[in-house]
Ligand binder design. Sequence first.
Ligand SMILES: C[S+](C)CC[C@H](N)C(=O)O
Ligand SMILES: N[C@@H](CCS)C(=O)O
Ligand SMILES: [Zn+2]
Length: 325
Amino acid sequence: MVRIPLKQLLVENPQKVLVLDGGQGTELENRGIKVANPVWSTIPFINESFWSDESSDHRRIVKEMYNDFMRSGAEILMTITYQTSFKSVSENTPIKTMEAYDRLLSRIVDFSRQCIGDRNYLIGCIGPWGAHVCCEFTGNYGPRPENIDYYQYFKPQLDNFNTNDNLDLIGFETIPNIHEIKAILSWDEAVLSKPFYIGLSVHEHGTLRDGTTMKEVAQMIEDLGDKINPNFLLLGINCVSFNSSPDILSTLHEHLPDFPLLAYPNSGEIYDTEKKIWLSNTDKLNSWDTVVRRYINSGARIIGGCCRTTPKDIEEVAAAVRRYT
Ligand SMILES: C[S+](C)CC[C@H](N)C(=O)O
Ligand SMILES: N[C@@H](CCS)C(=O)O
Ligand SMILES: [Zn+2]
């Protein structure tokens, strides 16, 4: 194999920090693809012409986006499957059967692997349950979040990703609710047979979007003890405020000092879920250089950007990773 398995890399090369790509959905939007729709960044893959026409514009745009992130220094990149759950796809596109859905996912993963080559790592991206109802930034999962059948929701995407050798890691990202985290961490190797991570969606004041503290999240993980799925490789934060992210990661590190972490904040802009646009917030108080240095001091092993971060941001991340490792 051209790549050392990620689990091995994390253990055997403790100084190594991998540079992740940036916000793909928003970067596709910057390049002219309209992602404001119910399946969000999955949209270019829904049209059959993406697959049948080698010269399709959308195909070229996705390829160029991956190339630009790699040129900036990204060595671990994600599939564009944040809002590609079976529920989202079957309720909002002409793809209705499990067979057609499976084909869609396999096509996306294999295409992504072709784009990034054999040397780079590929993450199978899975957005939270809340993405399909747009509450990943509130964590408000209704009156009984503990009764949601998270497994039923994730199963079709998981079953596909578990068995695709082109994927090195599964990424559950922007997870805002503690019951969803508990559910994911209750699944054993039969359900989650590939290495995976969880990216938490956290308020700028430092709690999970549903109000759970980082201490409580860490305690829940500690309490699982030996029962934890050995494929659970990293925990971290994503799509969180750029300015507060170093403090949040450092709190997580305080409570889980030996656990590999990851961080990929958004640009600091705020998502308007109604209009599906990004609203500017306060200016960046920090530079990537400062933020990345602090992440590394807090045990981060994968660092990149989330929504509204671009190849330019990843260039700065990569330079800082080189400087501090
Ligand atoms: C801004 S992305 C991370 C999320 C998109 C949202 N779930 C939507 O459907 O608009
Ligand atoms: N990984 C997704 C967004 C997560 S908030 C993307 O880059 O489009
Ligand atoms: Zn994001």
